[in-house]
Design a protein around this ligand. Structure first.
Ligand SMILES: [Zn+2]
Length: 271
């Protein structure tokens, strides 16, 4: 089955949602307005880390997300490829020596871009060089763009026949609260699930929802009215998450992934 988690991402402070190597906010035209938006990959990385943290806490495994960007090529390493987070988000593992049999796992989760209901609200902030010895502020180094608080609508798609995976993902979304660049200052968010649609095909997109509705309340009403039969209640309280993660670790899909990983490692030591 396909699940679509419709999320209202309420930006409660200023946000700095820029792409690496650029200091400008990404915008797109919706209903004739230039609106700032957040790339789905940026939301995904935060929520993946939230889930990995909790999985490490419960399973005491060694699984980290290290992102490299070197000479234009980007890569990820540090994944254990044997845990629920690795199964859900997918990844690649290659032993460093031996036959180098790669383990590839596709992602089960797809994040859409997150779009707001309103355009504008982008401000320039200059950042300065500070001469610490003389304690004076130096010349302006450059300009960062930040966006004013507002709601962003985003849809996360997940394909699975075991609803526990949806629970884990919803828990991760609800327990993440800092996004974008410079998270010590910017990007405080509160995520609110507007509805989870279960169906054999994908029903909604974030772009369509923000094009046709004016607020999160309107979207919630629309989901209740049109997809009533397809809406599922997904609840996972904090005291249930530990058991949920342990159960997912014992599913056939995670065991199969872990076996492929350990086979790759064994080949490594064979010679
Ligand atoms: Zn892992």
């Amino acid at each position: 089955m396909k699940y679509q988690i419709v999320v209202n991402r309420k930006l409660e402070s200023f946000g700095q949602f820029v792409t690496e190597g650029r200091d400008e906010i990404n915008t797109t035209m919706i209903n004739g307005e230039d609106r700032p938006f957040i790339f789905g990959t940026k939301l995904r990385a935060v929520e993946r880390r939230t889930i990995m943290n909790r999985v490490r806490n419960v399973l005491e495994n060694n699984c980290y997300l290290k992102v490299h960007e070197r000479g234009g090529a980007s890569g990820i390493s540090g994944l254990c490829m044997s845990c629920p987070a690795c199964y859900l988000f997918g990844g690649t593992y290659a032993p460093k020596t031996g036959e180098r049999v790669q383990v590839n796992e596709r992602t089960k989760v797809n994040y859409s871009e997150a779009y707001p209901f309103v355009g504008g609200g982008i401000r320039d902030v200059t950042f300065n060089a500070v001469d610490e010895q003389r304690a004076i502020t130096g010349q302006a180094l450059g300009v960062n763009q930040i966006v004013e608080p507002r709601d962003f609508i985003n849809v996360v798609d997940l394909e699975t026949d075991n609803e526990d995976w949806v629970k884990l993902l919803v828990w991760g979304i609800e327990h993440s609260n800092r996004y974008g660049a410079n998270v010590r200052i910017y990007g405080q968010m509160k995520n609110e699930i507007l509805g989870v649609i279960k169906s054999d095909k994908l029903k909604v997109t974030s772009y369509n929802l923000v094009s046709n509705f004016k607020s999160a309340e309107e979207i919630e009403e629309h989901l209740q009215k049109v997809y009533n039969k397809n809406l599922v209640k997904i609840n996972v309280s904090d005291d249930k998450i530990e058991t949920l993660i342990k159960n997912l670790q014992n599913t056939p899909e995670v065991k199969e992934l872990a076996k492929r990983k350990s086979d790759a490692d064994n080949k490594k030591y064979k010679e």
